[in-house]
Design a protein around this ligand. Structure first.
Ligand code: SF4
Length: 277
């Protein structure tokens, strides 16, 4: 197994241990080139055991745009992503996810945080926004997108004819990275399964990824967001569209028109009317 895949599987196994799953056994009958086959005894009936041998290409992670037409992109990471082997948790809920998260110390980001920023909004939202991680204001208040970039996001949501409380907002990692740096790969690998569970519970029709980190994480690609911004993808039963992060728009106001085009696609898909002035 290559080191990157080994690290992902190890992170997932640690996460499963936290859920009370395991022990796990390698199915040595499988091909050495195939993804690891993980089996688990059904110890806890409330928690779904991971499925055997993930299918070769689950539809959730197509990197070919699913609605609009554009040149097909080659996935930068051809290996199955972490999320192909993260199974859904039966009878899951946002309360249970928060409870499982607890006073989390699973990665180094816990050392500098003030508050865990779990997520906020309508638990039955049709539209979910996903950013990269909390900043200073979010860390202090425990709520995502409440600083300057957050205010801009709220304006964007209202321009779509929605209120902030109509949508759900979460991040790839739930603790603030120091000095507002991007989350590291290992931090994302440990924390993002909780985001996957939030997505599975909320079951939005549309996920709008804000910025490269969120888009690259969910689509398991290393390509820059400008290559696929505004394209539609299938992701865990939802339509996913990547666009620029509001913080980028604060630095580059000219990009607002691109983002508005992306949001108009979302509005058309959800049948929303723009806010009347
Ligand atoms: Fe836990 Fe996520 Fe915070 Fe890391 S970022 S300590 S995994 S809640």
């Amino acid at each position: 197994m290559d080191p990157d895949r080994r690290r992902r599987v190890e992170s997932w196994l640690r996460y499963s241990e936290d859920l009370g799953l395991g022990p796990y056994y390698r199915n040595r009958a499988s091909s050495p080139c195939a993804p690891p086959v993980i089996t688990a005894p059904a110890q806890n009936p409330e928690i779904a055991a991971p499925k055997r041998a993930p299918a070769p290409a689950p539809p959730a992670l197509r990197l070919t745009p699913s609605i609009s037409t554009s040149p097909a992109m080659k996935p930068a990471a051809p290996a199955p992503s972490l999320f192909e082997i993260v199974d859904r948790v039966q009878n899951d809920s946002l309360d249970r996810i928060r409870e499982d998260l607890g006073d989390c110390t699973r990665c180094r980001l816990h050392k500098g945080r003030t508050k865990i920023v779990f997520g906020v909004g309508n638990p039955q939202a049709e539209l979910m926004f996903v950013g990269e991680g909390p900043g200073h204001d979010e860390d202090v208040q425990g709520e995502p997108f409440v600083g300057r970039a957050g205010k801009l996001l709220t304006q964007m949501i209202e321009a779509m004819g929605l209120r902030r409380e109509d949508v759900y907002i979460a991040n790839v990692v739930k603790c603030r990275p120091p000095d507002n740096r991007l989350p590291e790969k290992d931090e994302i690998a440990v924390c993002s399964p909780f985001l996957m569970r939030q997505i599975d519970v909320i079951r939005p029709k549309v996920i709008c990824c804000l910025g490269s980190c969120a888009a690259q994480t969910l689509l398991a690609t290393a390509q820059g967001i400008s290559r696929f911004r505004g394209e539609w993808f299938d992701f865990r039963g939802a339509k996913l569209i990547p666009t620029y992060h509001p913080a980028y728009l604060l630095r580059n106001p000219a990009a607002k028109s691109d983002v508005w085009k992306d949001l108009q696609k979302v509005m058309a898909h959800l049948g929303l009317q723009p806010k009347r002035r």
